[in-house]
Design a protein around this ligand. Structure first.
Ligand SMILES: [Zn+2]
Length: 335
């Protein structure tokens, strides 16, 4: 069976020294301090250590083969978004990362599909780079769950979503710049609590802001099974019904109506939770995802789903059909 992992991250082995080039800012750079490893540095601050599988395409293909997975949808690591930078500098960073991914996809068309990154803080530049992403063979973009703390329903982002729909470019919404980060440094809470909340924030903002209502053909996938959104849909719907004066101010449609109209990946680490997600979303709107190569990801690339006693057609939907539909392509691309 063709298996397409829709949520993986990649970074070029070498990054320019953007802080020096632009003369400001904590842009990420890589210190290759020992063989097979690199430190991601944000300014002078250590951010995280990554391994060779974060940049070596052949090694990644080998590691995926162990889990019978042929295709990886690659995008940058969210800390690279650089939305905080001056728009033209962020564009420069985005172009570098997008060209790297486009080059990879061209060299390994049967193993890699690419998503770009765009300077979301500048609507016009973002749309220009989105159009360029399409031209260089990327099938969509990855964006943050918030853009410098602005929610995705802000008017300034709407033309970008509109352009994605028009160009048939898929969108992956990834949590980052987590709310409450400063006050919950201990216990990895920004990753364990902040990230799921961020993704729910993004889904709620897009639903209540009427984005899906106005752009019914826009194809959006939310990371980590939609974060805390599906687990709290009852509360969200109840809030919509009991306080429409607060919730239904921009879109009169019940949030539950949007289940199965966008995609979520399967990264739950929990078969019981996946069954619940299946009930709400349907198998056509859950995609195989892993968050490879990071330790909080499902580094056995959906093995827990293979081991579940569910209909083989459901597995085929998650591993193959849903990813293809979200990306807007057919199987033939990989055979
Ligand atoms: Zn991720």
């Amino acid at each position: 069976m063709l298996k397409i992992d829709t949520h993986t991250h990649i970074i070029p082995k070498k990054l320019p020294n953007w802080a020096e080039k632009f003369g400001y800012g904590d842009f990420i750079y890589l210190q290759h301090h020992k063989k097979g490893f690199a430190k991601m540095m944000r300014g002078n601050q250590f951010f995280r250590e990554i391994k060779e599988n974060a940049w070596n395409p052949n090694l990644r293909i080998e590691e995926y083969a162990k889990f019978n997975t042929q295709v990886q949808v690659v995008c940058t690591i969210p800390v690279m978004f650089s939305y905080w930078a001056k728009p033209l500098d962020c564009l420069d960073v985005s172009k570098f990362l997008n060209d790297h991914i486009a080059d990879l996809v061209e060299k390994y068309p049967k193993n890699y599909v690419g998503l770009g990154t765009v300077p979301m803080q500048d609507t016009e530049l973002a749309i220009n780079e989105l159009e360029r992403c399409k031209k260089i063979g990327l099938l969509g973009i990855q964006i943050g769950s918030n853009i410098n703390d602005l929610n995705l329903n802000e008017e300034r982002f709407f033309p970008i979503f509109e352009a994605c729909e028009k160009l048939s470019m898929a969108v992956l919404v990834h949590p980052w710049n987590m709310m409450g980060m400063k006050s919950m440094q201990r216990y990895w809470l920004p990753w364990l609590v902040g990230m799921p909340a961020e993704t729910s924030r993004a889904i709620c903002s897009m639903i209540f802001g009427g984005i899906f209502e106005k752009l019914p053909s826009l194809r959006v996938n939310f990371a980590h099974a939609g974060g805390s959104f599906l687990g709290t849909i009852g509360r969200i719907e109840h809030g919509f019904l009991c306080r429409p004066d607060l919730v239904a101010i921009d879109n009169p449609v019940n949030p539950r109506n949007y289940l199965g109209k966008f995609w979520v990946d399967c990264i739950t680490h929990d078969p019981l939770m996946l069954e619940y997600v299946l009930k709400l979303q349907g198998s056509k709107h859950i995609t195989l995802g892993s968050d490879y190569p990071f330790p909080l990801g499902d580094l056995e690339i959906g093995r827990f789903i293979e081991e579940m006693t569910i209909d083989p057609s459901v597995k085929e939907d998650i591993f193959c059909n849903a990813p293809l539909n979200w990306l807007g392509i057919t199987k033939e691309r990989f055979t």
